[in-house]
Design a protein around this ligand. Structure first.
Ligand SMILES: C[S@@+](CC[C@H](N)C(=O)[O-])C[C@H]1O[C@@H](n2cnc3c(N)ncnc32)[C@H](O)[C@@H]1O
Length: 292
């Protein structure tokens, strides 16, 4: 008889993530937002990272249409990048996930470990188990023009002719590009590799809905879990380090409760978002409001 138990949401679990996930049934997680150790760049509190076992478990527990956001970069050793990121992405693809590659561009000046230009980005691989079941693309990039205009599709037809022009309504705001720029995370939190809260929040808003279950199997200081709580999702964080689990639990406990309903969240796609509370704006929850 199967001993698998549905995971209980809203908790931070201390343990090795593949072992913890092995106790869960198939298809139980809506979204995973995580960043694994980058090669041997950091010791953390000591860890054992068996990538393939972890990836296999993630494939098994992700719901059909669920998504994994895998944020990763490579160490440079003896003058060359390891390309572990790509090997991992290829492994996820072989498991059956669809892949979209996005970039996290770091706003601050960077100190590269390579010998060439300053290293200022990380990969954000978006793996989906089939077509994403929740797709709320953020539309906070201001279009140069708005109103009705004659436009033509870019590119030529295969026979070299130009596509016909047609009338199209240009919205004031368009969907984002797939390079997202943030200041690096961290501050006074005791963890060496925290990703920005806004990065976790924007992925959670994009690939899940209110009430969904969001996992970070290597949650460190708990950034994903904190943002899941603030956006009205359930969360589970796992980390091998008891010290980081204590930090994550404290951050989640101190986090504000959900700041908006699903209905309001969808209004993130329009400037209506300006009507939301000052509190939400102060927390930087809505980039449209912030950029105006
Ligand atoms: C890049 S950090 C994650 C940081 C996190 N995104 C944040 O914002 O704080 C990677 C974390 O994975 C944890 N870790 C490494 N291997 C693990 C494993 N097999 N199971 C659970 N946690 C693991 C480390 O302890 C470390 O805290």
């Amino acid at each position: 008889m199967s001993k698998l138990c549905k995971p209980i949401s809203n908790q931070i679990i201390c343990g090795e993530c593949a072992e913890i996930m092995a106790d869960w049934p198939n298809d139980c997680i809506d979204l995973t937002v995580t960043s694994p150790p980058y090669d041997n760049l950091r010791d953390y509190e000591g860890y054992d990272f068996n990538f393939e076992t972890i990836a296999n478990q993630l494939w098994r527990i992700t719901k059909p249409g669920g998504v994994i956001v895998w944020i990763v970069a490579d160490q440079t050793i003896d003058g060359t990048e390891t390309l572990s990121s790509f090997r991992q992405a290829l492994f996820f693809r072989e498991l059956g996930f669809n892949v979209e590659t996005m970039i996290y561009e770091k706003a601050q000046a960077c100190f590269g470990s390579n010998h060439y230009y300053l290293q200022s980005f990380e990969y954000m691989f978006v793996f989906s188990k089939g077509k994403p079941k929740s797709l709320n693309l953020l539309r906070d990039r201001r279009n140069k023009r708005s109103g009705t205009e004659w436009v033509s599709k870019s590119g030529l037809h295969p026979n070299g002719t130009k596509p016909k022009r047609h009338l199209a309504k240009m919205q004031k705001y368009g969907k984002r590009k797939n390079i997202w720029r943030y200041g690096v995370g961290g501050g006074k939190i005791d963890h060496p590799a925290i990703f920005p809260e806004a990065l976790a929040r924007d992925h959670i808003l994009s690939w899940s809905n209110c009430g969904d279950l969001v996992l970070d199997p290597m949650c460190g200081s708990g950034t994903t879990c904190k943002m899941a709580k603030q956006t009205g999702r359930g969360y589970i964080g796992i980390d091998v380090s008891e010290k980081y689990c204590i930090t994550a639990r404290r951050r989640v406990l101190e986090a504000q409760p959900p700041l908006f309903t699903q209905e309001q969240e969808q209004s993130n796609n329009s400037p209506k978002v300006k009507q939301l509370s000052l509190h939400s704006k102060q927390l930087g929850l809505f980039t449209v409001a912030n950029r105006d």
